[in-house]
Design a binder for this molecule. Structure first.
Ligand SMILES: [Zn+2]
Length: 277
């Protein structure tokens, strides 16, 4: 499931090839993938529009067009948005296909079909319910020590679930929540209002360090994730706890433990991440 580093990797890849290109034709093969307008309106409003620039908030990708519309891309579990410079047969599960002025194609594929493309006037885009409710992006300067402290003390939720809450900080999912808590030395079940001040500093640093490192490696490819140009991520080779149940902790050699929290597999080192702070 793409998280902030994967969506940022797609954004960077597409930002290097889409701006300035015009959409010549839009083919919507699965109407439910298009939201906010009908498939016909989606195609008509985008035909002839040029890509201006690409933005991201948390796990959402925003494609601003010169027609005054923005496409909000929600990849959810298996969505892929890939640019191909030459025409090739679209793979199975291609739900929306854009033919571009340079002869290339931009295709949205999604085998589980939870993802969507929404067409919203750019000036109202940030007020759309899917974005309005989000907390600051995980890499935003708004995630200050004071901000984190205030968010942490306002709830008693286990730390893992705190990090997954997109309304507090946007962009962190299951994989990076596990890796961030290991980096910060915080037990995933520790209530957020019990995090000590020096741990808050470590947490803030860990969020930036892990997310930036993952972006540098073009994200994580477990199964479906592809970069905006069809490549693979490399962060899965640097997991220190995620998916490593029973394997030695890279710091202390204690066996990594797997538990379930909020119905999600949660991995941690019981020695480096003690229950009691
Ligand atoms: Zn350890």
């Amino acid at each position: 499931m793409p998280e902030l580093p994967e969506v940022e990797t797609i954004r960077k890849g597409l930002a290097s090839c889409l701006p300035g290109k015009r959409i010549e034709k839009v083919t919507v093969k699965r109407e439910k993938t298009v939201q906010g307008v009908t498939a016909k309106q989606f195609s008509n409003r985008l035909r002839g529009a040029r890509f201006l620039h690409l933005d991201r908030h948390g796990k959402f990708l925003l494609l601003d067009m010169d027609s005054g519309d923005t496409i909000i891309v929600d990849l959810r579990m298996t969505g892929q948005l890939v640019y191909e410079p030459v025409e090739s047969p679209p793979p199975i599960h291609t739900h929306v296909l854009f033919r571009l002025s340079d002869g290339g194609r931009l295709r949205f594929t999604d085998s589980r079909t939870f993802g969507s493309l929404k067409l919203i006037p750019t000036e109202r885009c940030r007020e759309h319910p899917s974005l309005r409710r989000l907390g600051p992006d995980g890499l935003s300067e708004k995630v200050t020590l004071q901000f984190l402290q205030k968010q942490l003390t306002s709830t008693h939720r286990p730390m893992k679930l705190f990090l997954l809450d997109q309304q507090r900080i946007a962009g962190i999912g299951n994989i990076y929540a596990c890796e961030i808590l290991f980096e910060a030395g915080i037990h995933p079940e520790l209530p957020s209002d019990s995090v000590a001040p020096d741990q808050v500093r470590k947490l803030k640093a860990a969020i930036r360090k892990i997310l930036n490192r993952a972006i540098k490696l073009c994200g994580t490819t477990m199964r479906d994730f592809r970069t905006g140009t069809g490549g693979y991520g490399g962060y899965q080779n640097e997991f220190r706890v995620y998916g490593r149940e029973g394997k030695p902790c890279p710091r202390c050699q204690t066996s990594i433990v797997k538990t379930r929290l909020g119905n999600r597999g949660t991995y941690f080192c019981p020695r480096c991440q003690p229950q009691q702070p």
